[in-house]
Design a protein around this ligand. Structure first.
Ligand code: IPE
Ligand code: IPE
Ligand code: MG
Length: 247
């Protein structure tokens, strides 16, 4: 758990020891709304403002990769009214944020089963990715219709097909080859995984990639998650000793 000690500022952080890749399970929008007698969609809308804040903070700090879990393969099972509203919000977000992404040299990428997204969302997604493809300061990966088990199944199918066709020898498959066949093939593993809203679970997010990630769970609901708390977590991260199985 991240504790809320005296708030960190940018000056407290060692720029040389920031994570290269931060991954966040953005949870708690529904509970945030329910607590305020609002509908869940209003929680998702408020949550999209937190996305902007955290993206800006990563950009300011010079963290080069940020992956946000925005919609899981399991989230398709939510009521149609919520799924439709989330897709509409996503579409608006992808258009509205273009200016911000371009002004700040941020590249948008996506991981997940994109084919399952509605065609109108896919269209704006591809437009925004194309528009931002040459930006270099920060890569923002949105996990959309993402599930780690599906990602792993797709990787296994690809490697098995290559083996069947004689392109690879099954005995020569390495961890690097596995990583190269995941959606995240061009991205370093996250060193830091944050989950908001207190749930102590991974919910099918980046199972392979988080093998050695430092995990922080905060009770704060995603719409209430702030730049200050994010800096506190980064500060805490810098205090941790990462041992990777050694002594
Ligand atoms: C996270 O908030 C956003 C998505 C999963 C799309 P939730 O909608 O899961 O919020 P809670 O967990 O019900 O509070
Ligand atoms: C995880 O949150 C998925 C996203 C944040 C997109 P959920 O709310 O769907 O996860 P569970 O149901 O609590 O495991
Ligand atoms: Mg949730």
């Amino acid at each position: 758990m991240s504790s809320s000690k005296a708030s960190a500022s940018r000056a407290d952080l060692d720029p040389a020891r920031l994570p290269t890749h931060v991954a966040i399970i953005m949870d708690g929008n529904g509970r945030w709304a329910t607590k305020r007698l609002l509908n869940r969609i209003q929680g998702h809308e408020k949550g999209s403002e937190t996305v902007r804040t955290i993206v800006r903070t990563c950009r300011e700090l010079g963290i080069p990769f940020l992956t946000l879990y925005a919609f899981s393969t399991e989230n398709w099972q939510r009521p149609k009214i919520e799924v439709d509203a989330l897709m509409a919000l996503l579409k608006r977000f992808l258009v509205r944020e273009r200016r911000e992404l371009m002004d700040n040299n941020i590249r948008l990428q996506v991981i997940g089963q994109i084919d399952r997204l509605p065609p109108n969302v896919r269209k704006v997604l591809h437009q925004t990715m194309t528009l931002t493809q040459d930006n270099t300061a920060l890569q923002l990966n949105l996990a959309l219709s993402y599930g780690a088990r599906t990602e792993i199944v797709e990787m296994v199918r690809t490697l098995a097909a290559k083996a069947r066709n004689g392109l690879i020898d099954p005995d020569s498959i390495t961890a690097e080859m596995v990583a190269d066949h995941l959606y995240t093939c061009a991205i370093p593993d996250p060193e830091l995984l944050i989950r908001t809203s207190g749930e102590m679970r991974i919910s099918n997010f980046l199972l392979w990639q988080i093998a050695y990630a430092e995990i922080f769970v905060t009770p704060t609901l995603w719409p209430d998650f702030s730049k200050e708390e994010f800096l506190d977590i980064l500060k805490d991260y810098q205090r941790r000793e990462r041992r990777f199985g050694r002594v």
